[in-house]
Design a binder for this molecule. Sequence first.
Ligand code: NAD
Ligand code: UDP
Ligand code: UDP
Length: 324
Amino acid sequence: MSIHDRTVSLVTGGAGFLGSHLCERLLDRGDEVICADNFFTGTRRNVEHLIGHPRFELIRHDVTFPLYVEVDEIYNFACPASPVHYQHDPVQTTKTSVHGAINMLGLAKRVGAKILQASTSEVYGDPKVHPQREDYWGHVNPHGIRSCYDEGKRCAETLFFDYHRQHQLRIKVMRIFNTYGPRMHPNDGRVVSNFIVQALRGEPITLYGEGLQTRSFQYVDDLMDGCLRLMGTGDAVTGPMNIGNPVELTIRELALAVLRLTGSKSALVYRPLPQDDPMQRCPDITLARETLGWAPRVALEQGLERTIEYFDRLLGRPAAPEHA
Ligand code: NAD
Ligand code: UDP
Ligand code: UDP
């Protein structure tokens, strides 16, 4: 706690899609916020509306190096999240998850801070148990092209639980399922941003494989509610805890929803399915419901409309009449 009697929170990866929303939410509740980011996939633009805020500080920092600051809470979100980005420099991706976790845990240990890890549904890999509960150990290829991300995140979870057992750190491990919303990177190759950008530009919608693989998409505001509730729980609650929207749909169904909501005439085209692409994914959120009293509130259609509006503005087009 600073002498100003406020919670001082550190958000690593705070200039990214999710991190920028989190910085905003923490400022709204009155925290002093330090945003640390190396701008690999995030940008200053994502937080430019916060720069100049008296309780906000942005620092360029790579979490694979030590960081010495005095904070009460740490939200460790630094890590490229889209397959295109995390496969660009896979060694750096693993280092970010593993060395980044060690440094942030070392920091938490030195200052006695509570620390939350942005883990992922990717720890379940291509799951053989459906929907996924937290006690499922997963089905992950240790040496494929997605492994730098999946295994890096799994190792980070291991480090969190070992620092908890060995050094009594107060930890929270949040397994985030596919999340979308404003400030997603338009070129990061993730399905929601790809489909919306393609639809708005009238380009073909690229379905990988037959588009029959499933995902469950959560709107960013719901994730933020879950995240803050999880961090607010007592020390006995460590997770891992799934935070996601259990409404599951095929990628083809998502494409059709985007076409309908944008009014686009884009054609559907089929491309090869990337290696190790999970065939199904859906969270069991019983634990979050019972522990946090949390459940997602934003329906897919509502969330997609808000995201389409964002990309409409970003791409410099006037909003389509139905979203005006
Ligand atoms: P993002 O790429 O927009 O944000 C990641 C941020 O981390 C960027 O600002 C990037 O510059 C920063 N970063 C990357 N490497 C860094 C390093 N070595 N040091 C400092 N900063 C670094 O992605 P996002 O969707 O906002 O994801 C944020 C976190 O949430 C990630 O840890 C990701 O694994 C996790 N997550 C996201 C999703 C999702 O659907 N968006 C799902 C599961 C987990
Ligand atoms: N660390 C950090 N900030 C701190 C304290 C530690 O970045 O305020 C880093 C430090 O570089 C170390 C890592 O966290 O490598 C792990 O710290 P820990 O105390 O667990 O291990 P040790 O310093 O004994 O290796
Ligand atoms: N996908 C697709 N077309 C695209 C981008 C992605 O069909 O243009 C598929 C991808 O193969 C995967 C799903 O959509 O099955 C979700 O992909 P994303 O990269 O968004 O997330 P992740 O695979 O990490 O869940």
